[in-house]
Design a protein. Structure first.
Length: 194
């Protein structure tokens, strides 16, 4: 079974922040599949199972807070006897223009504490990532952590919602067609002004 993990933080205060982009996309996938998340304390997250492209898929939104995401991911993989190559992690990425998406296999954390936690827990970085661009602040005085945790709304949120829908398309396409075809299909995704 494939595991799709959307990274984010629990609580209403974080819902409309760039750092919760992974949760947004997981919510879209669950809605499309007609399933609801339920809280699973043994997984430390919100969990759902669905079928996508004929495959059994588990969806996970860790509720451990970002810097302990690995605890939740590790618990699910152990329970289902999964391996890192069964894992797709969807996360915000400040190094990509807002709204752009990219797929990759393996690599470092790029300073993302959720990815760092997963790599440390699994002892392995060879899992798939769907990078969702959130851009950086144009003001160099704004710290990255404050930028990704700031609430967004209005027209900007509309742009992000549209991009999140495309990212959900990419996740489903990846399940059906694999990494290379997904990279080729979505390599020219367009960003927008943040």
């Amino acid at each position: 079974m494939k595991l799709i993990v959307g990274l984010g933080n629990p609580g209403a205060a974080y819902q409309a922040t760039r750092h919760n982009a992974g949760w947004w996309i997981c919510d879209i996938l669950a809605k499309r599949a007609g399933v609801d998340f339920s809280s699973k304390s043994k997984f430390g997250g919100l969990f759902a199972q669905a079928r996508m492209a004929g495959d059994r898929i588990a969806l996970l939104k860790p509720t451990t807070f970002m810097n302990r995401s690995g605890q939740s991911v590790g618990a699910v993989l152990r329970f289902f006897d999964g391996a890192p190559e069964d894992l797709l992690v969807i996360h915000d990425d400040v190094d990509l223009e807002a709204g752009r998406i990219k797929m990759k296999l393996g690599g470092g954390s790029g300073g993302h504490k959720g990815l760092k936690s997963i790599v440390e827990t699994l002892g392995n970085d060879e899992f798939y990532r769907l990078r969702f661009g959130v851009g950086r602040s144009e003001n160099p005085m704004v710290e990255t952590s404050n930028f990704v945790l700031a609430r967004i709304s209005g027209e900007l949120m509309t742009h992000f919602a549209k991009a999140a829908d495309e990212a959900a398309d990419a996740a489903v396409f990846f399940i059906e067609n694999g990494l290379t075809e997904t990279q080729n299909r979505f390599h020219d995704s367009r960003g927008f002004e943040n």
